[in-house]
Design a binder for this molecule. Structure first.
Ligand SMILES: [Zn+2]
Ligand SMILES: [Zn+2]
Length: 237
């Protein structure tokens, strides 16, 4: 099992490739630095109040992909536990500054994940949900239909949507101990984009069973409403 620090190091190496692949920016100096001093030390150096933001941050902001930045990364659990309050504050301030300032005041007191969603305008998925190998093994076992509502993108939209599905990590990050390796079969499950949004709606993590129960209860309500509408309609005939 890898220590959290080693996991962070691996994630930071992966970040170099992700950014390169996704936006064509290959931050060679970043990679050299991470390899030379280790991910944690490199990140801490970059998060000193006196050091200037990495050039990568500006590039990422320009293409609206702050979600790929070191600053957003370190604010996420479980990585945030490896950094000091001051270092996290530097990361938060840079994200606020570069994403337009509007959210600076109101969100600075909110939880980090809320801040991230505000800053990058998208649902932040965690590192386990992003891990391509874990995802592959999860889907190989569980298939491509939503665990909560059974929605299947290919069945509904056709060939174009084949293979599309979110992967949800069912263990709340707050419960994860430092020594943890994701189990792709038991800790991850396929969910459609709608159910995934509902699972995390309001900043909590609902269980698949809870979302299933929500869908079922609401379906029964809708059905009884339809039945009563139909029967009222037949009364008036
Ligand atoms: Zn679903
Ligand atoms: Zn999720």
């Amino acid at each position: 099992m890898m220590s959290l620090e080693t996991q962070l190091h691996e994630e930071m190496l992966a970040m170099y490739y992700n950014v390169g692949r996704e936006i064509g920016y290959w931050a060679h100096r970043y990679l050299q630095r991470v390899r030379k001093v280790g991910g944690l030390q490199a990140a801490k150096d970059w998060l000193k109040p006196t050091s200037s933001p990495t050039r990568g941050l500006q590039r990422l902001a320009a293409v609206n992909r702050l979600d790929l930045s070191l600053e957003v990364f370190v604010l996420q659990e479980p990585w945030s536990s490896l950094f000091t309050k001051e270092e996290l504050q530097v990361a938060r301030q840079r994200i606020n500054l570069i994403s337009g300032g509007q959210l600076a005041e109101e969100v600075s007191t909110a939880s980090d994940s809320n801040l991230l969603e505000g800053a990058v305008h998208k649902v932040t998925i965690n590192a386990y949900e992003r891990n391509p190998e874990a995802r592959r093994r999860c889907l190989e076992k569980h298939g491509y239909s939503c665990f909560a509502c059974k929605f299947n993108f290919k069945d509904y939209y056709g060939e174009t949507a084949e293979g599309f599905i979110h992967v949800h990590h069912i263990i709340p990050l707050s419960e994860i101990k430092q020594e943890y390796t994701v189990d792709p079969i038991n800790d991850l499950c396929p969910v459609c984009a709608n159910c995934h949004a509902v699972i995390h709606l309001g900043g909590v993590t609902r269980t698949i069973e809870e979302v299933k129960a929500m869908i079922k209860a609401n379906l029964e309500k809708r059905q009884s409403k339809i039945i009563s509408e139909v029967s009222q309609g037949s009364d008036s005939i």
